[in-house]
Design a protein around this ligand. Structure first.
Ligand code: ADP
Ligand code: C5P
Ligand code: MG
Length: 241
């Protein structure tokens, strides 16, 4: 186990990811990144609500860095030699949440890599704004991330009825190659979303940190709603910066 990994707290139910690249710093007494320098916006919504689609648009329009927790997990699952491959594959197929230490470490290291790469870039401001899509899916992820990685500025919540999400996911499943875009997995994911992820949205809602947007309608309609919401909150500085 790496030093950085051994410094990280462990939950009762799982060991921390020993093989993942170590974080660049690991004091654990304060978040790795300051919320004064790094803006984190979580993007939540049920499976198929359009988190990935809308995040990509915001990247294009505003120069956010986009990190999808699910994509990072799938990459770790496929990484040769990862001892977490089978665990991740199984959890994703079953629609259940992967142990938080794995996901938070992947996100933290991905953020560090982006910031490191961009630190000499004059447009560093645009790269220090992160959209973290599909995260936090469970309260323990939210708490652990904000304690050890960075406080979030806001949560964008894409509200979408299950029948709309189901249609989108079944269509996506025709070409996605994803193990979980099938009716059995989708039903499980809907249940986990309601029982485990909605409490996270409600938690941030109570803090006044949620921007809630209807995800029904065309992609462009949803994007327009998001832009209106996000700009009215003054979260984004200058468009295209
Ligand atoms: P999520 O990341 O929330 O699971 P995606 O962004 O992958 O959702 O979108 C799920 C599927 O629905 C994709 O195939 C995407 O192309 C499609 N999609 C996204 N937004 C819309 C929309 N507003 N109308 C119709 N289809 C959409
Ligand atoms: O966001 P996405 O639909 O790509 O997530 C796919 C799966 O990855 C989830 O159903 C879950 O099994 C896992 N996941 C997780 N924790 C996250 C994000 C995704 O366990 N924060
Ligand atoms: Mg997605």
């Amino acid at each position: 186990m790496s030093k950085a990994a051994s410094d990280m707290p462990q939950s009762a139910e799982t060991k921390i990811p020993a093989e993942l690249p170590a974080p660049l710093t690991s004091t654990n007494t304060s978040p790795r990144f300051s919320a004064n320098e790094v803006t984190v916006i979580f993007v939540l919504g049920g499976p198929g609500s359009g988190k990935g689609t809308q995040s990509a648009k915001l990247v294009k329009d505003y120069g956010f860095s986009h990190l999808s927790a699910g994509d990072l997990l799938r990459a770790e699952q496929d990484r040769k030699g990862s001892q977490y491959g089978d665990l991740i594959r199984n959890n994703i197929r079953e629609g259940i949440i992967v142990p938080m230490e794995i996901t938070v470490t992947l996100l933290s290291n991905a953020m560090a890599a982006i910031l490191e790469k961009q630190k000499d870039d004059e447009k560093v401001q645009s790269t220090s704004r992160f959209l973290i899509d599909g995260f936090p899916r469970k309260m323990d992820q939210a708490v652990y991330f904000e304690e050890t990685v960075c406080l979030s500025a806001a949560t964008l919540f894409l509200s979408c009825p299950e029948d709309v999400m189901l249609n989108r996911l079944l269509k996506r499943g025709e070409t996605s190659g994803r193990d979980d875009d099938n009716i059995e997995s989708i039903k499980k994911r809907f249940r986990v979303f309601e029982e485990t992820s909605m409490p996270v949205v409600n938690h941030y809602e109570k803090m006044g940190k949620v921007m809630s947007v209807s995800a029904v309608g065309t992609e462009a309609e949803v994007t327009a709603r998001i832009q209106k919401e996000i700009e009215s909150r003054g979260i984004l500085p200058i468009k295209g910066n």
